[in-house]
Write a protein that binds this ligand. Structure first.
Ligand code: SF4
Ligand code: SF4
Length: 285
């Protein structure tokens, strides 16, 4: 691949921080349900805040879990990151009390990120979820979007739900079991593609294998213990670990490198231009 095909340097990097494994739901499709310990949460917040401050250049911190609002000092953390000048985003199941969600919106108002609300139909009533989300979105200065996993049970409902949530962006995520997209039938695949495919990529299992990607340099996955990885597929494969943010072993990349993975389920590198849209055929689900 020629150097011209490498995307431009992304001015704002993004950390996806899985800050806790705890969650108040137990979704049947949860990719974390096989974790040995679903009670972990990042304990030494000052050390994390200092580590994020040491990252080179400008960064957005995207908080996720588990359910990040369950972290016992979640709002303190959000306030500290905002005071540091970081853009803060969150992925949440929206089960937190509304006054807490509104406080989050206020704390991030100066430099808001994305509020990504995951609609889990095994737990949440979509009408109540929508009403609550619209109230929070009205107070949130950044973008608000909705995601929903397209289980076989959910799939027939998703087109109507997408309409009901308009004008909010409503993205679907194919269900994964054992780390791979489930074996959808042709009609189900067609329905999923009509809904935009995985997070609006137009594919069920997008691939950028071989293309230059800034993940590892301007995109990081960090867990509740500070372990850092190039991206979610890297963490899943236990490759391209970048050390630990808290113990002095963290070594980020400084340039884009070829993608090694046949299935990319990371939305941010694609949406932020860290990897160029693939001319390669999408991997079939
Ligand atoms: S809300 Fe998210 S983290 Fe919690 S069980 Fe469901 S999929 Fe897993
Ligand atoms: S899997 Fe996705 S995020 Fe990871 S290196 Fe490949 S394109 Fe980048």
């Amino acid at each position: 691949m020629s150097a011209e095909e490498a995307p431009e340097y992304p001015l704002e990097g993004v950390v996806s921080w899985n800050m806790n494994t705890t969650c108040n739901y137990r979704c049947t499709y949860c990719t974390q349900r096989f974790l040995d310990d679903r009670t972990r949460w990042a304990k030494d917040l000052p050390a994390f805040i200092a580590a994020f401050a040491r990252l080179p250049g400008d960064w957005e911190i995207k908080l996720s879990g588990g359910e990040p609002f369950l972290h016992p000092r979640f709002l303190d953390l959000v306030g500290a990151l905002a005071a540091q000048g970081r853009r803060v985003s969150v992925v949440t199941n929206l089960s937190a009390k509304e006054d807490v969600l509104l406080r989050y919106a206020a704390l991030t108002a100066a430099r808001p990120g994305v509020l990504s609300a995951s609609l889990h139909l095994e737990y949440a009533d979509p009408d109540a979820f929508r009403e609550k989300l619209l109230r929070v979105a009205a107070a949130h200065a950044g973008r608000t979007c909705v995601t929903c996993v397209a289980t076989r049970a959910n799939l027939p409902r998703l087109a109507a739900l997408r309409e009901a949530f308009a004008p909010l962006s409503f993205k679907v995520q194919p269900e994964k079991q054992d780390r791979d997209v489930i074996d959808y039938g042709q009609d189900e695949q067609d329905a999923l593609l009509a809904l935009g495919g995985h997070n609006g990529t137009g594919a069920l299992a997008p691939t950028y294998e071989g293309r230059m990607c800034w993940a590892g340099a301007r995109y990081l996955i960090v867990d509740d213990r500070g372990d850092a990885w190039r991206c979610y597929p890297a963490r899943r494969a236990r490759t391209e670990r970048l050390g630990n943010l808290l113990d002095g072993t963290f070594r980020p990349r400084f340039a884009p490198e070829p993608c090694r993975y046949s299935y990319c389920n990371c939305t941010i590198p694609r949406e932020r231009g860290m990897v160029l849209p693939s001319p390669l055929p999408h991997r079939s689900a």
